[in-house]
Design a protein around this ligand. Structure first.
Ligand code: TYM
Length: 332
């Protein structure tokens, strides 16, 4: 049986990279798979979060996922800390995965920066919690952006080592599902850097809550180069900003980079940006108003999340019971 698990951190608002790289993909997959989608607050606190903001962002991210089209009657949407099985399994996986494996994680190196000694232990062990998220449900497919690929390889290695060490076939090896068109949406200020919640400049990203005027302003100010748009895909070589804006167009219009070039090749950035703004506003506007509707009535949202947590726990409890038995924990 195929089962999907994916997660998103409530470290800020959702941005266009999260939407195009992950959530939009979730919306498609919900028709074909049994799906669990999780707002991963335990992951968020691996770096400092203001408590009141964490609470607000957790609701905002859940609202954005619903507003983007996830149907809570057909899927499980929940908050990670509401199901303690994630933390329980993460500890067990901390004892399976090797230091050397985690030392190779590029995201830890990026986030810890030069001051590794001062990074939280949680930031280092983060990938094991992510493995636990997936394996607690014996999920088979994980839709993510390109930046999570290395973490998923680690989840596969850890699942395999657990199975080998204990001589069982308990965990399936989860497969990444990465969309080609929007695997890596880049910053609007620098086409070589990933669009990210943690970038200091708000002009580097489009947030799901930005209104039409803000989207227009951010795209107008987005970095470009002096040439018109190229006539061929090869002409994008060495032009990361042009490539990124065309990819955003392609993803928002459900098309390809080649189709975007066919349409805009030879035209100026300013003409292209006008059409891109119209498209972005038409796709994001309805999502942002639906999100506001959910946030205006947190009781409905909280009820959806409470049901999600109960349904999630019902699925993870038997897996955790099997794991405990295999490991040799005395039955409670
Ligand atoms: P997070 O919260 O950073 O991002 C959520 C999802 O958005 C994707 N993404 C992007 N895709 C394309 N272009 C971008 N610029 C961009 N920025 C972010 C991410 O790849 C991700 O799919 N560790 C995860 C959360 C997580 C998780 C999990 C995911 C925790 N447990 C279990 C899958 C399964 C993270 O930090 O995502």
């Amino acid at each position: 049986m195929n089962r999907i698990f994916s997660g998103i951190q409530p470290t800020g608002n959702l941005h266009l990279g999260n939407y195009l790289g992950a959530v939009r993909n979730w919306v498609r997959l919900q028709n074909d798979y049994e799906c669990l989608f999780c707002v991963v607050d335990l992951h968020a606190i691996t770096v400092w979060q203001d408590p009141a903001e964490l609470t607000a962002h957790t609701r905002e991210v859940a609202a954005a996922v619903l507003a983007a089209g996830i149907d809570p009657r057909r899927n499980i949407l929940f908050v990670q800390s509401h199901n303690p099985d994630h933390a329980q399994l993460a500890w067990i996986l901390n004892c399976v995965a090797r230091m050397g494996w985690l030392n190779r994680m590029t995201q830890f190196k990026d986030k810890a920066g030069k001051n590794r000694e001062n990074a939280s232990v949680g930031l280092f062990a983060y990938p094991n919690l992510m493995s636990a998220d997936i394996l607690a449900y014996r999920a088979t497919h994980v839709p993510v952006g390109e930046d999570q690929k290395q973490h998923l390889e680690l989840a596969r290695d850890t699942a395999q080592k657990f199975n080998n060490d204990y001589g069982v076939d308990l965990f399936p090896l989860p497969e990444p599902v990465i969309l080609a068109t929007a695997a890596r949406i880049m910053s609007l200020r620098d086409g070589t850097k990933k669009m990210s919640k943690s970038d200091e400049s708000d002009y580097s990203r489009i947030n799901m809550t930005d209104d039409a005027d803000t989207i227009e302003l951010k795209l107008r100010k987005a970095k470009t180069d002096p040439l018109p748009l190229p006539d061929s895909v090869e002409g994008l070589e060495g032009r990361p900003e042009a490539a990124n804006l065309l990819d955003i167009w392609a993803a928002l219009s459900d098309g390809t980079r080649a189709a975007a070039i066919e349409r805009f090749g030879g035209r100026t950035f300013s003409e292209f940006k006008k059409e891109l703004t119209e498209l972005a506003v038409s796709v994001l506007g309805p999502i942002s108003s639906e999100m506001k509707r959910y946030l205006a009535d947190p009781a409905e949202l909280d009820a959806i999340l409470a049901k999600g947590a109960a349904d999630a726990r019902a699925l993870s409890a038997p897996v955790l019971a099997d794991v405990s038995k295999v490991v040799g924990f005395l039955k409670a």
